[in-house]
Write a protein that binds this ligand. Structure first.
Ligand code: EPZ
Length: 419
């Protein structure tokens, strides 16, 4: 079944919504449950397809996983299998997060390599190299990474790129290795801090998470905990951008504004009024034209690549020209061709796009190619005059909890049509 959204655009958003739990924190936390032989409880889990996919991966490994109203119970006492199959990993790359925990727990793992992706090349070489440095033998057979190790021994790991996934995988494996592991040029994303904090509550010894230099002293064992996932900063950013692009207002609650500092700063510079507390923020973009503003995507705390596509739509509605430079995924511009169908003026050059602001967009049928490009399609539909049909919204169900309910509560005219 392929659902689509029908949106009657041109209505400024207005109202208050609460942020959901962060998908990109929840996924590694679920994998971390494999490090214990007990029952881990995770709260504030968003009801998303990606969470269900990770639950399937854990079940294949032998975990008993239950989801009830934002609360996930993961019983890993009977895990007895160390494989993550292609059928699941190809649906969601974050399945690769089980590599580190499987190696730590079973001293072996067989995890499918993720393969192609709409964002452009997304290799996992840094994950594999790091596991080798910790003592693993790694081979590639039939599209699977196969790891075996007798003894995991702490070491100094320099990441050529501060990869979020590799940093997470290393922290999980090194927590149960012998001796000290250092990650230098580690990722600093809030998801990494959330994972480190949960691992510490489980008994791990980790220092420096959230900085470029993380030190992990291996321990003998970890115990299960109950943990609450941090708010989703990308979901928060998406709705703030949607409200600004529609010349609307929005109050977000249950968020962490210190995780979206770069966005709030840029929003302010486009002329949007921003009023923030630590866990809530209100913006007002009514009765004004937004100023065009250049952005460059960067690792945290810079402007996130995951908000680049929605930001593109907002800049289409600004006065003047702006440039977006993508430094994390140089080919992450699949949204551009779709947006051109609405009357936008965007040209692409290498890893940048140049956007000429226009007065209005006209609704059309457009397709989602990944979660965040999809978010851009929805924002475009909300902005464009007349009706837009947003196709392939299974991408939205992967990453945005209750999207149409949240947007409807803000006054948007959006409905889901099941084909
Ligand atoms: C995480 O992916 C997020 N996913 C992505 O969000 C996000 O876009 C990305 O970080 C960047 O912020 C999850 O957290 C589940 P990386 P991840 O490893 O960990 C290169 C969404 O829509 N690289 O930090 O896979 C890589 O190609 C998703 O929610 C290597 O070269 O990202 C990229 O250019 C999309 N070799 C850069 O590093 C490796 O072994 C950063 O990737 C690993 C990464």
């Amino acid at each position: 079944m392929m659902d689509h959204f029908v949106i009657e655009g041109g209505i400024p958003l207005s109202g208050t919504i609460a942020c959901s739990g962060a998908k990109n924190s929840a996924l590694p936390l679920m994998a971390a449950a494999l490090l214990t032989e007990g029952v881990t409880v995770l709260n504030n889990i968003p009801d998303l397809q990606d969470i269900r996919t990770m639950a399937m991966v854990l079940r294949v490994i032998g975990a008993d996983v239950r989801f009830d109203n934002g609360r996930l119970t993961i019983d890993c006492s009977h895990c007895n299998f160390w494989e993550a199959p292609y059928e699941l990993v190809r649906k969601m790359r974050a399945s690769f997060y089980v590599l580190g925990p499987l190696i730590a727990r079973f001293r072996q793992a067989k995890v499918s390599l993720p393969g192609g992706c709409a964002l452009g090349p997304r290799p996992v070489d840094l994950h594999l190299k790091a596991m080798e440095q910790l003592g693993c033998d790694i081979s590639i057979e039939d599209g699977y990474a196969i790891a075996t190790v007798e003894k995991l021994i702490g070491t100094h790991i320099h990441l050529d790129i501060p990869s979020v996934g590799a940093t997470g995988n290393i922290m999980m494996t090194a927590s149960l290795a012998e001796g000290k592991t250092v990650i230098d040029n580690a990722a600093c994303e809030p998801d990494i801090v959330d994972l480190a904090d949960m691992l510490k509550a489980m008994g791990a010894n980790i220092e420096g998470a959230g900085t470029r230099y993380v030190e992990i002293n291996g321990v003998k064992g970890l115990h299960p905990v109950e943990w609450t996932v941090i708010p989703d900063r990308i979901e928060a950013g998406t709705y703030l951008i949607a409200a600004a692009a529609t010349s609307g207002t929005l109050t977000l609650t249950h968020c962490r504004t210190d995780h979206i500092g770069a966005l709030l700063n840029k929003l302010g510079k486009t002329g949007v009024d921003v009023d923030s507390n630590l866990d809530s923020v209100s913006i007002d973009a009514t009765d004004r034209k937004l100023k065009a503003l250049d952005i460059t995507t960067e690792v945290y705390p810079g402007f996130p690549t995951d908000l680049q596509a929605p930001w593109t739509v907002m800049m289409c509605m600004a006065v003047g020209d702006s440039i977006i430079k993508e430094t994390i995924y140089p080919e992450r511009f699949t949204h551009v061709q779709e947006l051109l169908r609405l009357g936008t003026r965007i040209t692409k050059k290498l890893n940048s796009i140049c956007i000429e602001g226009v007065d209005r967009l006209k609704g059309a049928s457009i397709m989602c190619s990944d979660i965040r490009a999809g978010a851009a399609m929805v924002v475009a539909g909300l902005v464009a005059d007349g009706q837009s049909k947003i196709l392939r919204i299974y991408h939205m169900d992967r990453g945005y909890e209750g999207m149409e309910e949240k947007l409807s509560s803000l006054g948007a005219n959006i409905r889901r049509v099941s084909e």
